[in-house]
Design a protein around this ligand. Sequence first.
Ligand code: F6R
Length: 369
Amino acid sequence: EKGGYDYFMLKEIAEQPKAVADTLLGRIDAGGSLTLDEVRIDDSELREIDKVVIVACGTAFHAGMIAKYAIEHWTRLPCEVELASEFRYRDPILGGQSLVIAISQSGETMDTLMALRHAREQGSRVLAICNTNGSTIPRESDAVLYTHAGPEVAVASTKAFLTQLVACYLVALYLGQVRGTKWGDEIRAVIRDLSGISAAVDRVLETMEPVRALARSLADKDTVLFLGRHVGYPVALEGALKLKELAYMHAEGFAAGELKHGPIALIEEDLPVVVLVPSPRGRSVLHDKIVSNIQEIRARGARTIVIAEEGDEAVAPYADHLVRIPATPTLLQPLVATVPLQVFACELATARGNEVDQPRNLAKSVTVE
Ligand code: F6R
């Protein structure tokens, strides 16, 4: 049932191009517009929404963090994203015009469920993004957009994460489409780019051997840091989470702009630091900032593992290891940039003799608080 792979996780990483394609299937019409009929919330109601609040846990929370950048950019709606376990114990300000999005692979995560119940009590509409048909979270929501990742067996989430991202982009683009923003042209272009993203993920998977070799060479390390900006920041957090849960290593993700506010003190000779580099096209100011961050940490002895777009030559002189990913619009980059981090964590776990599919102390679905 592992389809020839040693672990479910490897199989699920390999299934990502299909999972992404399946999640897009039937949701983009021939004219290049989105049709999300499953989101049974009237367009007129979607036009009245005055804020979006995303609640989720773990990896799904990282998808939500990325969604915030997309939603705010394409819809100009304020978007908050919060860990479900924090959200429910404060006194969040919600109302009838708030759209709450609950993201959950299993659909059974207790904290996320309690957060959505709280939101509905406040009169907010709740849209679930979920991978498990008929599970509790979609049953209790006003509407659901299913991710079509297929069953995810490995405890560490991989293909579900990529499809959560796709679903979040679809919701963001749909809200933009329905509400009509000045980004109309960009929205149409991104919908086109999304159609090619499954092939881009496939290309990343074909070039992972050097990443595996690098991971094996780091098996004796204690710490790995991850740095990113903009949507690269949640990707850094996700890379660190994968490494903690699979390799049992100390791993931390930082917003690169925070380096000087503390984390740079951690940099020492030969410390592996993974850096996510945004596209040099488009928002190039982000790219320039990251290049100087890489220089700063390298000057202090870090071993830089740089994940950068094909053709981005500016980073090459400062990369001890360079991992190439296909060019995508900045907001979509997490779909390709996360894949090497998954492979990296999986290979490190194997090299350290850990149980890949069943990491210690973890359960696939957390139905307790
Ligand atoms: C990490 C992981 C967890 C889950 C989290 C939420 O690899 O799998 O962090 O993402 O427990 O689970 P769901 O999405 O089922 O609500």
